[in-house]
Ligand binder design. Structure first.
Ligand code: AP5
Ligand code: ZN
Length: 209
């Protein structure tokens, strides 16, 4: 199945995708993760997008579309994929429609207060990308990754001043995609407010309807 995960920052798209990719045996493609990996490598692309991402604004459409096009051309996407965080603008959605057919767009429905709490407590391991939450999903030892023993970090764009920008950008540029995909009959609403296991159950049920 070719799926898109749509939802505000901090809705839990990445958390649920880590479970869904195993369950459905399809790759999890997060444009945010792809950009962060480029930054870690110090590539030209990584350096170009670094300050844009830190501030919470969107990377220009032409750059993002090219990154996704290349990723979707790889063999492991033949039996399906989860696109997490793409498309985020109408132009990206139109471009995606020209690349591949999308079967379902999962809309993560959760209120703003909850996403702010989720984002402010998020921590991650730079080498594995594994994500924690200081309250909802804490590591065994505070500030340390369970497997690698490396220190955990807060994403630059998770600092309060940048979170405000990300939520505004979501409302202005990404939220219109809800009606865009609803009109095409592809939207699947999932209540993303409960604990992750329940959200994943909600997703599985919604996709079999
Ligand atoms: P990206 O990495 O996609 O960030 P985002 O959309 O802001 O989404 P997040 O990763 O913040 O949230 P999430 O929904 O994955 O939540 P998570 O599972 O981690 O993009 C970053 C930046 O890259 C963008 O701002 C932009 O600059 C650029 N970019 C990316 N794609 C782009 C595009 N298409 N076009 C242009 N620019 C692009 O969960 C959050 C926290 O909550 C975690 O701590 C987790 O443990 C916790 N949590 C998760 N689920 C639950 C739950 N059910 N209950 C309690 N806690 C939970
Ligand atoms: Zn994410």
């Amino acid at each position: 199945m070719n799926m898109v995960f749509l939802g505000p920052p901090g809705a839990g798209k990445g958390t649920i995708a880590t479970q869904a990719k195993v369950f459905y045996s399809i790759p999890h493609i997060s444009t945010g993760d792809l950009f962060r990996a480029e930054q870690e490598k110090g590539s030209e692309l990584g350096n170009k997008v670094k300050s844009i991402i830190a501030s919470g604004k969107l990377v220009p459409d032409e750059i993002t579309i090219e990154v996704v096009k290349q990723r979707l051309s790889q063999d492991d996407t033949k039996n399906g994929f989860i696109l997490d965080g793409f498309p985020r603008t109408i132009a990206q959605a139109d471009a995606l429609a020209n690349i591949v057919n999308i079967d379902a767009v999962v809309n993560f429905v959760v209120d703003k207060d909850a996403v702010v709490k989720r984002i402010s407590g998020r921590r991650f391991c730079k080498s594995t990308g594994r994500t924690y939450h200081v309250i909802y999903n804490p590591p065994k030892v505070e500030g340390i990754d369970d497997e690698t023993g490396e220190p955990l970090y807060q994403r630059e764009d998770d600092k309060p001043e940048n979170v405000k920008t990300r939520l505004e950008v979501y409302d202005a540029s990404t939220a219109p995609l809800i009606e865009y995909y609803r009109a095409k009959g592809k939207l699947v609403d999932v209540d993303a407010s409960p604990a992750p296991e329940v959200v994943f159950d909600n997703l599985k049920k919604a996709l079999t309807k």
